[in-house]
Design a protein around this ligand. Structure first.
Ligand code: NDP
Ligand code: HSE
Length: 429
């Protein structure tokens, strides 16, 4: 073995600390797998005064210049999160001829195509396995193992925080705020958990998956998005009674050369594999013309699983350094028309609170029928503690266009007998 391969870390938070610990614990094994030992050189943080574990105080810096000036650093691992300064530091590292490993889905979703081109132009690699699905191998399989397929659909649970929350709410009747606090304590949530509960994190990840699965340039803003903040205990209970669970589902389909992409709370039939993906587990289901359906499942957040993906990329880049292997060409992505939500089609679940008197149901059914929306099932519930003379009603529909449904809901909302439209959620399949 000749010399060491220098690695610098940007960020030593939940994930950075996990990577540093695993790098130390597995040092001998990694040296054997790469052919040369890895050496942690510098660690960039925001607060240099804070006491840290796993590295020396003289390794800490707050300046990217210190890392870029160190010739022995060949791999930069970005674990800061957020758009800036992460994007700038990644680009500077690539332009300086370093391989970069990142777990940053926001940067990859917004600037991935540009940065991958920069990496290629400078003969280095930008690796991002940990940016989607935590510890689940999904970026590498989509980039390599499924390359022969025409992928028609990606359906995924790709936010550990919200899946953890929805599972606890469904299985233990847990309170929303309590389970969010638990997910934060466990290190699953983003620094601002709004990104998790509003579906923003999942929309970044879906944009990254679409880039690979369909080879298209899809911006996060192209993903129609709704978070879990409006999901009530009633929705969870009614869905269960109908034979479904509610999951924050990220789905993208390629239809006639156009993409429809959504992140929304969705009813998933209990018989479907995705319905059984609970807690912090994530899953990515891919449908390809040759392979059929494949599902990648595993822990979607947390220090250990994410360090597994980050270090896989670090070892892969280190092998390039050790062997002098050159990166493969970057295949430019194509522009694509993105279907607006009103053109999406699905089956739907509708919950509303109405006055409990004769004729109400008929009037609502008439509005849905006029909009060509066919009702598949209907249930009326008495709600304990609700005002006298009111009831919850839940419809499920056959496949309908979202635009037609939205127009019908607007008309139903105006009816004097309708007190509240509770929720309108798509149903998978
Ligand atoms: P944390 O907030 O725990 O850690 C962020 C680290 O980056 C801290 O060490 C912080 O410094 C440092 N940092 C942040 N901003 C700056 C800045 N402007 N300048 C210098 N240092 C800065 O985040 P996580 O470890 O949870 O997440 C890191 C990345 O990994 C994110 O992109 C996240 O989306 C991704 N990820 C997270 C997963 C998880 O389960 N948490 C799973 C998969 C991916 P200081 O310590 O001084 O505050
Ligand atoms: N906050 C993210 C989640 C971390 O909960 O899934 C993993 O990317």
């Amino acid at each position: 073995m000749s010399g060491t391969i220098g690695v610098a870390l940007l960020g030593a938070g939940n994930i950075g600390s996990g990577v540093i610990a695993a790098l130390a614990a597995g040092a001998a094994r990694y040296a054997a797998r790469v052919g040369q030992p890895l050496e942690l050189r510098r660690v960039l943080v925001r607060d240099a005064a804070r006491v840290r574990h796993g590295f020396r105080a003289d390794q800490v810096t707050t300046k990217i210049g210190d890392i870029l000036a160190d010739d022995a650093t060949r791999i930069v691992v970005e674990l800061l999160g957020g758009e800036e300064p992460a994007r700038t530091y990644i680009e500077q590292s690539l332009r300086s001829g370093r391989h970069v490993v990142t777990a940053n889905k926001e940067v990859m979703a917004k600037f991935g195509a540009t940065l991958l081109q920069v990496a290629h132009d400078h003969g280095v690699r930008l690796l991002y396995e940990a940016s989607v699905g935590g510890g689940i191998p999904v970026i590498a399989p989509l980039s390599r193992d499924l390359l022969a397929n025409e992928v028609s659909a990606v359906t995924a649970i790709i936010n550990g925080t919200t899946n953890y929350m929805l599972t606890a709410m469904a299985q233990q009747g847990a309170d929303y705020e309590d389970v969010l606090a638990e997910a934060q304590e466990l290190g699953y949530a983003e620094p601002d958990p709004t990104a998790d509960v509003e579906g923003i994190d999942a929309s970044f990840k879906l944009a990254v998956l679409c880039g690979l699965a369909f080879n298209v340039d899809l911006a996060p803003a192209d993903v129609a998005r709704e978070g879990i903040t409006g999901i009530t205990a009633q929705d969870i209970a009614y869905a269960h009674e109908l034979g479904y669970v509610i999951k924050l589902l990220a789905s993208a389909t390629l239809i006639d050369g156009e993409v429809a992409a959504t992140v929304r709370p969705t009813l998933v039939a209990l018989s479907e594999p995705l319905a059984k993906v609970d807690g912090v587990l994530n899953a990515v289901q891919v449908e390809g013309d040759l392979v059929g359906r494949v599902i990648f499942e595993g822990p979607g957040a947390g220090a250990g699983p994410t360090a597994s993906s980050v270090l896989a990329d670090v070892l892969d880049a280190a092998r390039d350094v050790a062997t002098g292997r050159r990166p493969l060409a970057f295949i430019p992505r194509r522009a694509v028309r993105v279907r607006p939500p009103e053109e999406h089609e699905a089956r739907y679940y509708l919950r509303m609170t109405v006055q409990d008197r004769p004729g109400v149901l008929g009037r609502i059914a008439q509005v849905l029928g006029d909009a060509q929306i066919s009702i598949a099932s209907f249930i009326q519930y008495e709600v304990p503690d609700a005002p006298e003379g009111t009831a919850d009603i839940v419809f499920t529909t056959h496949r309908a266009r979202e635009g037609a449904l939205t127009a019908a809901i607007r008309a139903i909302e105006q009816m004097d007998v309708v007190l509240e439209i509770g929720n309108v959620l798509p149903m998978a399949g």
